[in-house]
Design a binder for this molecule. Sequence first.
Ligand code: SF4
Length: 384
Amino acid sequence: MVIEAKPVGVYIHIPFCKNKCIYCDFYSVNNSDEHLLNDYCQAVICEIRAASEQLHNILVTTIFFGGGTPSLLNSRNIKGILDTIKDSFPVLPTAEITVEANPATIDAPKMDQYLEAGVNRFSVGAQSFSDQELSVLGRIHKADDILRIVELFHKKKIKNFNLDLIYGIPGQSIKRWEANLTKAIDCIPAHISAYLLQLGSETVMARMAAQNIIELCDENTEAEMYERTIDLLSGCGFRHYELSNFSRPEFKCQHNLIYWRGENYLGFGAGAVSYIDNRRFINQPDLVDYIKNLTSGKKQAVEELENMTMKEQVSDTIILGLRLCEGININELNQRYSINIEKEYGKAIDNNIQKGLLNYKNGQLFLTRRGYFLSNEVLCHFIA
Ligand code: SF4
């Protein structure tokens, strides 16, 4: 009997930044010391090797270096981690291998070395093409840094790159957001992610807003910005395939699709989350302990977040799947979980269809355009 290998995405968490942006509540520390980064990468390598002894019959289909600021790593570290993954697991020859890059931390030689190590996609934290807005966000780069890195991509014939943008920045007008989008389109990226600025209560910017030092955009302006984003990008050949993501045909982010489709992924690094066979695990986030434990041969402390019940699995798959513009295929889900979704969630589905927020066509259930901006209102009806 041939047992098919299980496809998995691999996520490598690099929780270091040169300077914390004031709107950010991701887990990362303000430190780019080369020795610390080297030690951390050695620990990640140890963790991957240890995992390979436990996990069999998997096929790595995507690799994603996220953070933090992965582009702080030198190419030896990126290569060391990629080589270890390839030595430890079978890797699809066409695997998408992405590095998130801050425009201020990458130059031509580093880009060449990353490419040589096997990286084939870059995701650039551009956020804005206005120096004033970048300064409001507390970013370490300037608009010129984005243009410089984009010029390098084109020079090196790298088509597969993403630009991350943020809208709803304090003081940003709809016109200025459109100007950002236009500049991003002019860069000819394969993919654009446009995220609404959403502030965790512990962020510096949230405190500044609470003290009226800055004024946040109002909801109507944000909704209008989102509408213009869809119109402008769709009109320029980008497909809107997820609430905040737009790509040229063939350039959807394969790694992120794994999350939205509720498929398996392995996370390595301090605080990284894994999801395997409906079980979710998180690595202990403490950096010092992570490095000490892994490099001394001890096991990294892993906590199981949830061993999900069938109802939770279905709920998760619906909530994540509805983020995709194609939505979810009801028959496929019924078969995958041996349930009747229309019966289980009939009321939630009907109510949202009546409100014009959901639509059902050819077996697919999906958000309407009106439902995109109000997605939280819809998705909360599917929580287990
Ligand atoms: S570079 Fe990214 S991860 Fe680091 S502080 Fe800024 S937004 Fe957060």
